[in-house]
Design a protein around this ligand. Structure first.
Ligand code: GLC
Length: 666
């Protein structure tokens, strides 16, 4: 309080109200006016009225939280990304509680490992982090102090960027391997037939690993609203990030004394969770299409695999197995005896996975719709009425997966297909993606982030009610959670197999992830490596892309090459859309069938290795599929290699990615 003497006031007023260079509506968080030491760090009051906390989660992980409008949000309920409440590691604190006497006054926190956080108190808060060897890990950029737009509730911050610093992660992006000089938006979007470079995509994960001269660190922005990262695109000397709403809450992973990417990822997954060991069969070869149209067709495909002696573990049933696309139903004409069909599949050693979309047909004659309404499970619009949008079945209601009661209700729906014999489940369209409303006469926004529920729709937020703008990015992950937890409750002795299209930081706790509606082109085949390795270093171990490209028919050569490349990726599934030519391994003639059989056999020979990698991943957070730089961070040649990857520590995979290719450099 004593700081408000007339001498300081003028300088403070300037600091607080001076517009920032380009965004006049943004206001700096200002200087530290009060600091209070605690066990793990400091609580700060800032001249703008913002409040902040800076502290250690572990000796090598620093958390910074700044709330523009006063008190920090409580951690209960726990933010969706986090697997458990963050720990607090002891800090030795100097300079807290003291008044700021001159510009540049600092406060220091030091952890048991020797990691140091320096907080410059005035004229504006600046946080810098150093490792135990005294090397800079991350520093606020003094030219662009952290700032907020009080009216909109948005914020942005900037960090100094080293020349040639590279960045990996950010979830599912169709961008080059390193995301330096890219601007990215974190907003889950249904983007069929996406062009390379299109952003955003199905899975936003606001976490990345930075690499500079062999040293790594990581940053995770714990905020589920629409956020963005500019990794030196606008200004090469800094990287910037911000979000539309909420708290600036981020974790900096220093990478420990070795400053390694593996340490960063272990620490990040200690916070957001690790992928559980999948059932062994889910690591086998999986065959899908939209759709095998009848139970007879499904059984024919199964028999053909066995007759031709091509190993396979799983067949997928896409939306046409349902009665009018009503989830958890069977089409009485085309799938009249699902139990018998599933029994015959099992007798031949197959498992079956069915698709489950979030949209529940609004139909008074549909028992699941009625029971969802009675359970209060459906989302409501800003007007308080049940929210509707169109998807495959027509007008649908949408479960609010941020409500524990809705998750329980939905999870219980899996009892019926489990009892019939379905083995695993595929959660699709859960960005959520919806169709344009009737009478919509603008050009179809097929690639726009607009194609979702209204931003002012309401969510329960597990006790922290909020709108869809806040919870959009976690919708898919919470659907996968409802599925995973429901299955585990129904069959506690079996490991659930859930596949999801949308996700957010922490999705790995609940599901495998595939990269949505890709295209049958060589470009898309090549794209699978940067996409899947970056998803992997975003903490998601169980990842794959539709073999052959979803949106049409690949040539025989492309399909065969794609199968080879995918055979050594974690999730190995061939899938295609409703108008593509057949794509079973024998569909391209005897020569390709022979190669495809060998490819799939190779997968099966390596299955014990892959299974062991998944078991290790559950304990360490290290993904089975790894980019080369991850294993060799000090080797600058490895840092941009995007056409090879490592499977575990022992296998280098260098597939042919070029039409007509017969050899390649490794
Ligand atoms: C979406 C999915 C695709 C699925 C189709 C029909 O496009 O991404 O995999 O086949 O819907 O369910």
């Amino acid at each position: 309080m004593g700081l408000w003497n007339p001498l300081c006031a003028a300088a403070w007023l300037f600091a607080v109200f001076a517009p920032l260079p380009s965004e006049a509506a943004l206001r700096s968080v200002g200087a530290v006016v009060q600091s209070t030491a605690s066990y793990d760090g400091v609580d700060l009051r800032l001249s703008s009225g913002a409040q902040a906390r800076v502290g250690f989660v572990t000796p090598n992980v620093v958390r910074v939280r700044i709330s523009p409008q006063g008190p920090l949000e409580s951690e209960s309920p726990l933010p969706y990304a986090l697997a458990a409440p963050p720990l607090r590691a002891n800090a030795v604190i100097t300079g807290a509680g003291q008044r700021s006497r001159r510009e540049g006054d600092t406060l220091e926190l030091r952890s048991a490992s020797g990691t140091r956080v320096l907080i410059r108190k005035s004229p504006e808060l600046l946080v810098s982090i150093y490792d135990a060897a005294g090397r800079l890990v991350s520093a606020d950029d003094p030219a662009r102090p952290t700032a907020f737009d009080a009216q909109e509730g948005s914020f942005e911050a900037a960090k100094r960027r080293e020349d040639y610093e590279l960045y990996y992660g950010f979830g599912e992006k169709t961008l080059p391997l390193s995301r330096h000089q890219q601007h990215m938006v974190m907003w889950n979007a249904d983007v069929p037939d996406y062009a390379p470079g299109h952003d955003p995509s199905y899975q936003a994960i606001p976490f990345f690993i930075a690499l500079h001269q062999g040293l790594s660190h990581g940053v995770f922005l714990n905020n589920s609203s629409r956020s963005w990262f500019d990794m030196g695109k606008t200004e090469p000397q800094r990287w910037r990030f911000g979000a539309a709403r909420g708290e600036l809450d981020y974790f900096v992973f220093t990478g420990g004394p070795e400053r390694s990417p593996a340490r960063v990822l272990q620490d990040y997954t200690a916070l957001t969770g690790r992928g559980p060991l999948p059932p062994l069969w889910a690591l086998g070869y999986q065959q899908s299409r939209w759709s095998y149209k009848t139970q007879g067709e499904v059984l024919r495909v199964a028999r053909e695999f066995r007759q031709r002696q091509i190993p396979a573990d799983v067949l997928y049933l896409d939306i046409d197995h349902m009665d009018g696309f009503r989830v958890f139903t069977w089409n009485p004409k085309t799938f009249p005896q699902p139990r018998e069909m599933l029994g015959q599949l099992h007798a031949q050693g197959f498992r079956a996975v069915t698709i489950v979309d979030p949209g529940i047909k609004r139909d008074e004659g549909f028992a699941i719709y009625r029971s969802g309404r009675a359970a209060g499970a459906f989302m409501r619009g800003a007007d308080g009425k049940e929210l509707h949008a169109k998807v495959w079945p027509g007008v649908c209601a949408f479960p609010d997966f941020t409500s524990p009661a809705a998750r329980d209700w939905f999870g219980q729906l899996y009892a019926a297909p489990l009892e019939l014999g379905v083995d695993g489940f595929w959660n699709d369209m859960n960005e959520p993606g919806v169709f344009a409303p009737d009478g919509f006469n603008k050009p179809e926004i097929s690639l726009g982030p607009q194609k979702t529920l209204p931003l002012d729709a309401r969510h329960a937020g597990d006790g922290r009610p909020g709108d869809h703008a806040r919870y959009h990015n976690v919708y898919g992950m919470q659907m996968a959670r409802a599925s995973f937890e429901g299955l585990r409750a129904l069959r506690p002795d079996q490991r659930p197999m859930v596949l999801t299209r949308a996700g957010f930081a922490g999705v790995q706790r609940f599901a495998a992830v595939w990269t949505g509606d890709n295209s049958p082109t060589w470009t898309h085949l090549a794209l699978t490596i940067p996409m899947l390795t970056n998803l992997s270093v975003s903490g998601v171990p169980f990842v794959g892309a539709d073999v052959g490209g979803f949106m049409g028919s690949p040539s025989a050569e492309l399909h065969t090459r794609w199968l080879q490349a995918a055979a050594l990726t974690p999730f190995f599934r061939t899938h295609s859309n409703d108008v593509s030519a057949p794509r079973e391994p024998w569909a391209f003639g005897p020569e390709h069938e022979r190669i495809n059989r060998e490819t799939i056999e190779l997968r099966y020979r390596l299955l014990p290795y892959l299974y062991s990698l998944f078991e290790a991943s559950e304990r360490s957070g290290l993904p089975p599929m790894r980019p080369l730089w991850f294993a060799y961070p000090g080797d600058t040649q490895a840092s941009l290699v995007d056409d090879q990857f490592l499977l575990g520590g022992d296998l280098l995979v260098a597939p042919v990615l070029r039409e007509g290719g017969r050899q390649r450099r490794v």
